[in-house]
Design a protein around this ligand. Structure first.
Ligand code: DX5
Ligand code: ZN
Length: 221
């Protein structure tokens, strides 16, 4: 049986009341918190970094799912690990040595992930698929929350699911960008089991209800 996991994205939070919002999500049943670290170079936006990760680590037991949108993530993976992240996901386009960075993350004893932007084919990451715990398919151009879901990215989710089944790979398939209660079934049916949702959870008036609504849909599968 597949386990479906909701990963609300902190990018859509009200940063003045982070602690409170984390408690609401954890209590409502969100297992992961998705943490978008941006450097203003790999993507045209700057979000938050180590001090924020370290501060919030004290207040929640949710799995810390870091999505690093930074150039040469090899410079920062150790600090991200030390800040308390449980999954460290790097972009295939961000470094010349994807394999080396994944090995480094695996060496810390935490989970590793590789992410591909909408224009990057799955074939770019074939060689690291046996080494990672998660593959993240971006269904928007990375950088900002609240963008429109790119449905054609589901072909990559289907390919990753097929490769996983054929080869016995262990990775979770995560999707990120524009996911809503209206398109999440489509995404699950394509093969994704870890669902990032920014605006659809933290952008909502009733955050707890939004978490519960996603979890209810997961129960259908
Ligand atoms: C975008 C980030 C996403 C973002 C998703 O670069 O990687 O995690 O927070 O936000 P929504 O769900 O609003 O598209
Ligand atoms: Zn993200």
């Amino acid at each position: 049986m597949t386990e479906y996991k909701l990963a609300p994205s902190l990018l859509s939070a009200d940063f003045g009341i982070l602690k409170e919002q984390l408690e609401i999500m954890e209590k409502a049943g969100a297992p992961y918190i998705h943490l978008d670290v941006m450097d203003g170079m790999f993507v045209p936006n700057i979000s938050f970094g180590m001090p924020v990760l370290k501060s919030i680590r004290k207040y929640t037991n949710m799995v810390f799912d870091a999505h690093l949108m930074v150039v040469e993530p090899e410079r920062y993976v150790e600090e991200v690990y030390k800040a308390g992240c449980d999954i460290i996901n790097i972009h295939a386009e961000a470094t010349k040595d994807v394999k080396g960075v994944i090995e480094k993350i695996n060496g810390f004893g935490v989970k590793s992930g590789v992410t591909i932007k909408p224009a990057t084919p799955v074939s770019e990451i074939y060689d690291v698929l046996p080494m990672v715990d998660m593959v993240l398919v971006m269904s928007v151009e990375p950088g900002f929350g609240g963008q429109k879901f790119m449905e054609e990215q589901l072909d990559k989710v289907r390919e990753l699911k097929r490769l996983k089944d054929e080869n016995g790979y262990k990775y979770d398939i995560q999707i990120d960008g524009g996911i809503t209660l209206d398109n999440v079934r489509q995404v699950i049916e394509a093969g994704a089991n870890c669902i990032v949702a920014g605006s659809s959870v933290l952008g909502k008036e009733d955050i707890a209800q939004a978490v519960k609504d996603f979890n209810k849909i997961f129960e259908e599968y």
